[in-house]
Design a protein around this ligand. Structure first.
Ligand code: GSH
Length: 221
């Protein structure tokens, strides 16, 4: 039975999983969630995703939510097909530890700084509210500092976990792609980050996924 992904294409969490499915060449069914009518807050949905957010995955009755955990599950379950090496083998302790470090970097040193910019610009605009430039400047200063460190890391290795592409790199795509839409070009102006970003963002998996993301940004809340 094909994996069933309950979510909305163009929303960050769902797109994060779609990229992984496409990298691994896994057949899936995208089951729409009627978020406009708050289906994600219904009792039936909350049984599957208690925080009332999309996406969640149903693998023949096994339910898992949180887009990063879902992506990990898919990359591990289908390790023998599609793009190889997205998760280092557990026997390779050092590679696994560096992979965990890279996963934490994405959450703690990238998403935690990049997503507030999306909130400050895109969410404000979608709600028809003014963008507060002071807030934006503060967020950008903090994000710049983190991306300077990314640039140092990527001057010494090809990818975030080392010299091999891993899932940790791909998890940056959905939020990273929203940054230029916020008027921020820090992924393009730092030489090593730009090389890395260009490489991951031109992958067919992201090219096949990214269209609706822009639609989401341009749509009304
Ligand atoms: N950490 C969660 C975040 C999921 C998330 O933020 N989903 C958003 C859409 S991208 C959502 O469902 N928002 C509706 C809400 O929170 O009520 C994940 O990665 O799966």
């Amino acid at each position: 039975m094909a994996l069933k992904l309950y979510g909305t294409a163009g929303w960050g969490g769902t797109d994060r999983v779609l990229v992984t499915l496409r990298e691994k060449g896994v057949p899936f069914e995208l089951c729409g969630v009627d978020t406009k009518n708050k289906e994600h807050k219904s009792a039936g949905f909350l049984e599957k995703q208690p925080f009332g957010q999309v996406p969640y995955l149903d693998d023949d009755g096994f339910i898992i939510y949180e887009s990063r955990a879902i992506s990990y599950y898919i990359a591990a379950k289908y390790s023998d097909q599609g793009t190889q090496g997205l998760i280092p083998k557990v026997e390779d302790l050092k590679a696994s530890a560096l992979f965990q470090q890279a996963l934490s970097n994405e959450v703690c040193n990238f998403e935690a700084y990049a997503y507030p910019l999306v909130v400050a610009v895109v969410y404000q605009r979608r709600r028809g509210l003014e963008v507060d430039q002071k807030v934006v400047d503060k967020v950008i200063t903090a994000l710049d500092e983190k991306l300077d460190v990314y640039d140092q890391i990527l001057s010494k290795q090809k990818y975030i976990a080392g010299d091999e592409l891993t899932l940790a790199d791909l998890l940056h795509l959905t939020t990273g792609a929203l940054l230029p839409i916020c008027g921020y070009h820090g992924l393009e102006t730092r030489p090593n980050v730009a090389r890395w970003w260009n490489e991951i963002s031109t992958r067919p998996s992201w090219q096949a996924t990214k269209g609706p993301n822009v639609v989401w940004v341009n749509s009304k809340a």
